[in-house]
Design a protein around this ligand. Structure first.
Ligand code: DAS
Length: 359
């Protein structure tokens, strides 16, 4: 890891650390070309910060070039190492952290940081859809907005957020929904938590952080977790190979509210007896159902056979959570409990205390 000089000339009191990990926001075609041509990640945190002079008005900055890569090459161990660096900064009194990286995996990395970094101080992940060689690159504006959020007292207690296109999204819900639009990021189920106006975040609503759920990852390798999607005319061929291929868990993005073809059920039941199998939805919005449908292959059928409901987590985020849990040494009961705890962070009305009819 390369430590860059802190950027000085501050006029504000907040202390913010910017970690750069690569991605489009850092990609140019200066210098030696790759065999395939095109832009590649070359700029570090200090260069990104220095390109946006307005940032100096917002906070005292430290710039750290942490990785320099396309975001598809990031790994969970990279994020565990980053979470340790972030935790150390918070212990040293830093008010907020910004992570710049590729947008391709931002929905997974931000959720991993949400799970791995405890406490109330904001971790703000950002990136860009238009690289610095294009007209109207969005990286500088996104970086400025991310620092504005990281430095703002109102961002405390939000957990990890993704700030792109002047919107603030919860890591638990945000998804990349477009290949090239600067408005690629959406939180389908809940919408953005807030937005940035004239340099200040306006937070419209909050949800409790996940910091109450402690995850302590061991030093060893992260157990591999497979992610499969149900499709029309599916057979159970891939599911039957999951154990033999060496996976330690499976997340299945099933149809709709959590449904599979009836003939796939025996393979899932058999696998769920050997390892955690998490039931998510391929729709990308809403909760997996628990008590509605009763046909063979329905959510009720699958949950009665030992599958773990993902709740509102989509398949990619459920896979990150299951990976972190298995790396923390959780057994099946521990996995079930943790999925419930994460889902309880956005609470349903308590059925034991129904809302009065006239409320
Ligand atoms: N698609 C690029 C980006 O949006 C590449 C990457 O994710 O690294 O940053």
């Amino acid at each position: 890891m390369r430590m860059d000089r802190p950027v000085t000339d501050r006029t504000a009191d907040a202390r913010v650390t910017v970690f750069s990990l690569g991605g489009t926001i850092a990609s140019t075609n200066d210098g030696p070309q790759t065999a395939s041509g095109g832009v590649t990640p070359r700029l570090g945190a200090a260069e990104l910060v220095q390109a946006v002079p307005q940032i100096q008005q917002v906070a005292e900055l430290e710039a750290v070039a942490f990785r320099q890569t396309a975001s598809g090459d990031l790994t969970l161990p990279d994020l565990v190492a980053l979470a340790a660096e972030i935790t150390q900064r918070f212990e040293q009194g830093v008010d907020g952290v910004v992570v710049t990286q590729g947008t391709d995996t931002i929905e997974e990395t931000s959720f991993a940081l949400d799970l791995l970094v405890a406490g109330d101080r904001p971790v703000v992940v950002t990136g860009a859809m238009r690289n610095p060689t294009l007209a109207g690159p969005d990286g500088p504006a996104n970086l400025l907005a991310a620092v504005q959020v990281a430095a703002a007292p109102s961002a405390a207690g939000l957990g990890t957020v993704v700030v792109v296109n002047d919107e603030v999204h919860a890591a638990r819900f945000v998804r990349k929904t477009h290949t090239s639009s600067p408005a690629a990021f959406r939180s389908v189920t809940v919408g953005p938590l807030g937005w940035i106006v004239e340099g200040r975040p306006r937070i419209a609503f909050r949800m409790p952080t996940l910091a109450g759920v402690p995850y302590r990852l061991g030093e060893g390798a992260v157990p591999p977790v497979a992610l499969l999607t149900s499709v029309l005319g599916d057979d159970a061929r891939l599911i039957a190979q999951v154990a033999a291929a060496g996976y330690s868990g499976l997340v299945l993005e099933a149809f709709g509210g959590g449904h599979v073809p009836a003939h796939v059920v025996p393979a899932l039941e058999e696998l769920a007896a050997r390892m955690p199998v998490v039931l998510a939805s391929r729709t990308g919005g809403g909760d997996v159902l628990r008590q509605t449908y009763g046909f063979p292959g329905s959510e009720r059928d699958l949950l009665s056979r030992g599958l773990v409901p993902a709740g509102f987590l989509d398949g990619r985020k459920a896979r990150i959570l299951l990976s972190v849990l298995l790396a923390s040494g959780r057994d099946l009961d521990g996995v079930r409990t943790a999925f419930e705890q994460v889902n309880d962070s956005v609470s349903l009305p308590d059925p034991a205390r129904p809302v009065p009819a006239d409320a």
